[in-house]
Design a binder for this molecule. Structure first.
Ligand SMILES: CC(=O)N[C@H]1[C@@H](OP(=O)(O)OP(=O)(O)OC[C@H]2O[C@@H](n3ccc(=O)[nH]c3=O)[C@H](O)[C@@H]2O)O[C@H](CO)[C@@H](O)[C@@H]1O
Ligand SMILES: C=C(OP(=O)(O)O)C(=O)O
Length: 430
């Protein structure tokens, strides 16, 4: 199993290209199941999750080609992928496939809308909390679906003439359930209004793509989304938006090591709240023609308190990384996690590097230390693992991160991007 060895102590200086967003690419790929035409997605990151979803969509009958060729490899940082689901050959998403990646559960929306039925395994894994699916069930039931849970599967069936537009207000903001309801409603009879919808940029990106496919969606990116159902969708070409979590991660890495890096191909509007926290921690961030410039030349890292929240709040997917940064601040900071109840697995691993962190309920208290010292640590989930990389970049000596398959789910060519800016990060295959 691969491990990553980081030799700490180098500043980051140079350019880091920001990839297409994993969390936008996944629902966009799933949206391809809504049409028998070809959906072409540009700027798709080359990640383990994307490869896994390609397998899942293939199981439903999608024909997928990368950069116009059939092989699934590319030399570039991002790829153009064509998805054609002329016929849906199977409306079951089996446990073996869905358990590996939670977002694959979202196929339930398009399958139900287009085929009138779907049998989808309940998603597995609880690395960051229990992650229930009750909101998906309620939202689809509101559109008229009959839902049964049987042997670990959700069996969803649409009424005879198809799903029916409805008004539904989510009791809690859910990115995934908003994606699914929006996709399902595109082919429903009549108009759907989604209240308390997730406002994440990835929701707006999905709506842009669906509209290019002929859907009639307004309000995506606000908390009320209206979807006027249409009878069919066509193909389209769409460019995946930049990854705001990757952007924030590298910005925090630069704030941690010091240096001067341009994050290319991204923009501040995707993560204003997180950038403000990084600025308060001591980095200068400015918009350039090509992206964002992050600079910290001396001055140390200041303690900053953050609370995670749905967009436009501080993203939970940047919580672990910000904690990594705060381990070296000059005082005491508090980080409160409000989205997932068990998203603090990185605390004990950061402690191995010398961090001083205590937990009280959903709040972590971080007492900044003057030095971290390299050690063997274990990645526990995607964002937790990259927080260890951020800490490793300034830890004295060597930090060896095991279980890097978590990192490969969401960070494209991490070692290469960091090394080009002066870091010493090496993948070791045992
Ligand atoms: C692939 C992808 O895009 N994943 C992102 C997505 O996950 P995901 O869409 O799974 O997260 P949700 O927004 O659905 O979860 C938010 C909260 O709602 C709860 N909930 C959710 C559904 C449900 O039926 N019942 C329920 O109670 C969850 O347990 C959690 O406490 O948004 C999260 C919150 O920004 C991010 O951390 C994930 O990176
Ligand atoms: C938690 C994440 O993804 P998922 O919802 O697929 O687990 C993530 O992107 O940080």
């Amino acid at each position: 199993m691969d491990r990553i060895r980081i030799t700490g102590g180098n500043e980051l200086r140079g350019i880091i290209p920001i990839s297409g967003a994993k969390n936008a690419a996944l629902p966009l790929m799933i949206a391809s199941l809504l049409t028998d035409d070809t959906l072409t997605l540009e700027n798709v990151p080359h990640l383990a999750d994307v490869e896994q979803l390609i397998r899942i969509l293939g199981n439903h009958g999608a024909d997928i080609s990368v950069n116009g060729r059939r092989e699934r490899q590319s030399e570039g940082y991002s790829r153009t992928i064509h998805f054609t689901s002329r016929n849906i050959v199977d409306t079951t998403a089996p446990y073996e496939l869905v358990s590996k990646m939670r977002a694959s559960f979202w196929v339930i929306g398009p399958l139900l809308a287009r085929e009138g039925k779907a049998r989808v395994s309940l998603p597995g894994g609880c690395a960051i909390g229990t992650r229930p699916v009750d909101l998906f069930i309620e939202a689809l039931a509101a559109l008229g679906a009959t839902i049964e849970i049987d042997s670990g599967y959700i069996n969803a069936t649409a009424p005879k003439g198809g799903l029916v537009g409805a008004r539904y207000v989510f009791p809690k903001v859910s990115v995934g359930a908003t994606h699914v309801m929006m996709m399902a409603a595109t082919l429903a009879n009549g108009t759907t209004t989604i209240g308390n919808a997730a406002r994440e940029p990835e929701v707006a990106d999905l709506a842009r793509c669906l509209n290019a496919m002929g859907a009639k969606i307004t309000g995506a990116g606000t908390s009320t989304i209206t979807v006027e159902g249409v009878t069919s969708l066509s193909g389209a070409r769409h460019r995946v938006l930049p990854d705001r979590i990757e952007t924030g991660t590298y910005a925090m890495a630069v704030a941690m090591t010091g240096g001067d890096v341009v994050l290319e191909g991204t923009n501040a509007a995707l993560l204003d709240t997180a950038l403000e926290a990084i600025r308060r921690a001591g980095a200068e961030i400015s918009e350039t023609e090509t992206g964002l410039r992050v600079v910290r030349n001396g001055g140390g890292i200041k303690p900053v308190d953050v609370v995670t929240d749905p967009f436009p709040g501080f993203p939970t997917d940047l919580q672990a990384q910000f904690m990594g940064l705060m381990t070296k601040s000059s005082g005491i900071s508090h980080i409160t996690e409000t989205i997932f109840e068990n998203r603090f697995m990185h605390v004990q691993e950061l402690a191995r590097l010398g961090a001083k962190i205590s937990l009280s309920g959903q709040t972590a208290k971080i007492e900044g230390v003057a030095r971290l010292k390299g050690a063997p640590v274990m990645a526990t989930d995607l964002r937790a693992s990259v927080s260890l990389v951020i800490a490793g970049l300034v830890a004295e000596g060597e930090t060896m991160v095991s279980r890097v398959y978590h990192l490969d789910r969401g960070f494209e060519r991490l070692e290469e991007k960091l090394n080009r800016c002066g870091a010493k990060v090496e993948r070791v295959s045992d």
